[in-house]
Design a protein around this ligand. Structure first.
Ligand code: IPE
Ligand code: IPE
Ligand code: MG
Length: 244
C-alpha cells in the first residue's frame, strides 16, 4: 500500500446495459432506462463526493435513433424529466452542466431545457458535468471541421493556431464540443462490451480504459471504487518510458 490513491480528475462513462438489466428481470427495456437514469443521479453525487472534478456520460448516441420508436420516445420522455431534475442538482452541487452532441435533432422543448440548464449553471465550478446526447465522436469532429472551415473563409482563424502551416491540436480542440474540458483520465464502460461505440474519439487518445461486467443500473459505489483502484495500478506513459 503506502501510496495514496489518485482520484482521476476526469471520468468518462459509457452507461451501457440498461436493456439487458431489464430483460433479466422480465421487464421492458424502458424500465431499465428509468432505473439507469435514477442511478445516474445517485452516482453523479457519489462521484462528486469522491473528489472527481469532471464527469462525462454517454446518454444517447447519434446511432441510438435506430432503436424502436417506442424506446426512443421513452428515452425522450426520460430526458425531459431528467433535465429538469438536473437543474436542481446543478444548483445544489454548484455544478456546471454542459450537453455535448448535436441537440438540434431533439424536440424544441428538450432543446429549451438544455439551454436553460446550461445557462443557469454556467458560473458554477465545483464540478463539471457533461451529458452526451445525440453525440457521436465522428459527428463532433465533422461539425468542428465545418465550423473551422467557416471561420477560415471569414478570415477568423488566429495566427497562433498554426505551426509551420499545420493546424495545431489546441486550435482544433477549440472547435470540439468539449472545448476547455481536459481529456478523460479514466473511461468506464459497463455491461461487458469492449468497444467505444463512437464515444469521444479524439479525447480518449491517452485515457485508461476500464470495462466492467455489471450493467449500468447495478454500477454503484463499490464498482466505482474498484475502477479507481484499477486506474491506480496503471502505468501511464504517454509514449515515454518508465523511469527506473
Ligand atoms: C444504455 O443501455 C443506454 C442507452 C444506450 C440509451 P442500452 O439500452 O444500450 O442497454 P443494452 O446494451 O441493450 O443492454
Ligand atoms: C453506446 O451504447 C451509447 C450509449 C451508451 C448511450 P450502445 O448500446 O448504443 O452501443 P452499441 O450499439 O452496443 O455499440
Ligand atoms: Mg447497449
Amino acid at each position: 500500500m503506502g501510496e495514496e490513491t489518485k482520484v482521476p480528475r476526469h471520468i468518462a462513462i459509457i452507461l451501457d446495459g440498461n436493456g439487458r438489466w431489464a430483460k433479466q428481470r422480465r421487464m421492458p427495456r424502458g424500465y431499465g432506462h428509468i432505473i439507469g437514469c435514477q442511478n445516474l443521479e445517485h452516482m453523479c453525487n457519489v462521484i462528486k463526493d469522491r473528489g472527481v472534478k469532471y464527469l462525462t456520460v454517454y446518454a444517447f448516441s447519434t446511432e441510438n435513433w435506430k432503436r424502436s420508436r417506442d424506446e426512443v420516445e421513452g428515452l425522450l420522455k426520460l430526458f425531459r424529466q431528467y433535465l429538469k431534475r438536473c437543474m436542481r442538482s446543478a444548483k445544489k452541487n454548484k455544478m456546471r452542466v454542459k450537453i455535448i452532441g448535436d441537440p438540434s435533432a431533439f424536440p424544441q422543448d428538450i432543446q429549451d431545457s438544455i439551454r436553460l440548464l446550461e445557462d443557469c449553471s454556467k458560473d458554477y465550478d465545483q464540478m463539471f458535468f457533461q451529458i452526451a446526447m445525440n453525440y457521436g465522436g465522428r459527428d463532433e469532429i465533422l461539425r468542428g471541421v465545418t465550423r473551422m472551415l467557416e471561420d477560415a473563409r471569414e478570415g477568423r482563424l488566429p495566427e497562433d493556431g498554426f505551426d509551420d502551416g499545420k493546424v495545431t491540436e489546441e486550435l482544433f480542440e477549440r472547435y470540439l464540443d468539449t472545448a476547455g474540458i481536459p481529456d478523460p483520465d479514466l473511461l468506464i464502460r459497463t455491461s461487458g462490451e469492449q468497444r467505444l461505440s463512437n464515444y469521444l474519439l479524439w479525447q480518449l487518445a491517452y485515457t485508461e480504459f476500464c470495462f466492467v461486467d455489471v450493467p449500468w443500473p447495478d454500477f454503484h459505489e463499490e464498482e466505482l471504487e474498484k475502477a479507481i483502484e484499477q486506474y491506480n495500478k496503471r502505468d501511464r506513459r504517454y509514449g515515454g518510458v518508465k523511469e527506473e
